[in-house]
Design a protein around this ligand. Sequence first.
Ligand code: SIN
Length: 540
Amino acid sequence: MNNGSPSVVLENAADGVVVVGAGLAGLFTALKLSPLKVTVISPAPIGEGASSVWAQAGIAAALSEGDTPEDHAADTVRAGAGLVDEAVALLMAREARARIEDLLRYGVPFDKDLEGKLTFGHEAAHRTSRILHVKGDTAGRSIMNAIIAAVRQTPSISVLEGVVARDLVLRKGRVQGVILAPTTESSHTDSFVLPTRAVVLATGGAGHLYSVTTNPVEARGEGVAIAARAGAVIADAEFVQFHPTAIDVGRDPAPLATEALRGAGALLINRKGERFMRAIHEDAELGPRDVVARAVHREVINGRGAFLDCRPLGPGIAEKFPTVVSTCHSAGIDPAQEPIPVAPAAHYHMGGVLVDVQGRSTVDGLWACGEVTSTGAHGANRLASNSLLEAVVFGARVAEDISAALPPLPTLNLHVATRGGTPSSGSAAAEQTLRETMSANVGVVRDAEGLSETLGTIIALERESDGDTELANMLLTAKLIAAAAYERTESRGANFRSDYPRTDASQARRSMTSLKRADAIAREAAGVASPPRLRIVSQS
Ligand code: SIN
């Protein structure tokens, strides 16, 4: 791996592929593209700032005795509340075996029994135990450590750290470069253009658009905004999954208490000690994630409080869930002795850049994989532990597709004018306003009034954000989410509308939107006549 020398990076990028994002999807794609030259763009040092590292539970794969990819796909479809693309769910479940074998080859130490056979944990809405873990709750970090080690040994991969993508350069309708900007912590000073033969967006999620989230600060929805501005179709944007059990100790981001705890017997109770989930779903604590998140939300807003009682797990909890236990200890909570206060937090964006089964977006030259995409695998409600699986399955597919037909070299002038102002203190205030309005109005429970108010706030903030592309990108993705939620006048999966509490069979279809459409909906909903001032960056 080459690290950060601008001349090496520029040469590599122009001659190869740029992967934007250094979580599991991006790095796995880069490895699979080898020996093609790849430049990976990472806002933070690799291994930091990616949600994949924080994944506690694991990776779902139908490899245990008696389990089948067909059953895994059927559970995925059932969890997705009518919007999962069944062919995609099936291909993902079928390719799990090959991708787990890849991860084992890269050295991922999945948990095994004394005979050396893989062991499988249980999680909500899976009919059987099929989650591969590493040392209890450290799967994300362990998988990423192995992948990063493999990346470091791969000479075809260069990593450019401390930069973020701000925009794509389009020529004759095709992506030919990426505009990059330094992060505020970076030693690079100017924005610059990286010409490239193909771009893979793997920028992760959008949890940081909300004031309560389990995602790292880098998960700002940038990739969705960049793709939408380039003309890409965005699918299922309204479906943001809220994790029911973020540990509620006032931290931003909120630490996670993994769903695997409930799989192992932890119970949800309120301040009176009542197990409120029993009255709500036949599977109680192991009901679908959106149902559990809404129940927890209701206990919290009604003042009864919500707590995860891990005492049934006994003292073994420290060994099985070291991350959760150490987080609790640092907040003065002993989960072996007392219930953990919990609240729902924005956790995973099911929607994103529409891609086909090879990871191609609707824009020529632009591929995408991981959380930034909408492949159709998750529908309205993602099945637990399917996200790392989707990242590796589609990472491999993207790499195969690009390797089969790498586009010709672009002839871009490297000194294309760039832009992208430095975030100001006004931007920080605007970002806080955005995050609070998203949590209040585009969260676990939504209605037309709150969504209209949010769209109005976003339009107002857009007018003030001139020059700050980072904020503009956050606002754009937030607008796509809120506009899609406004348009879906029913409750389905993660989009619960208190003004339309029923599921409407006539709306059982994925949503497809664009920047233009989201703008029009936002203006109509907010009662604003003139379009917001958004600067489009593309070259012709
Ligand atoms: C968790 O550990 O509960 C998160 C798993 C997931 O989001 O898939």
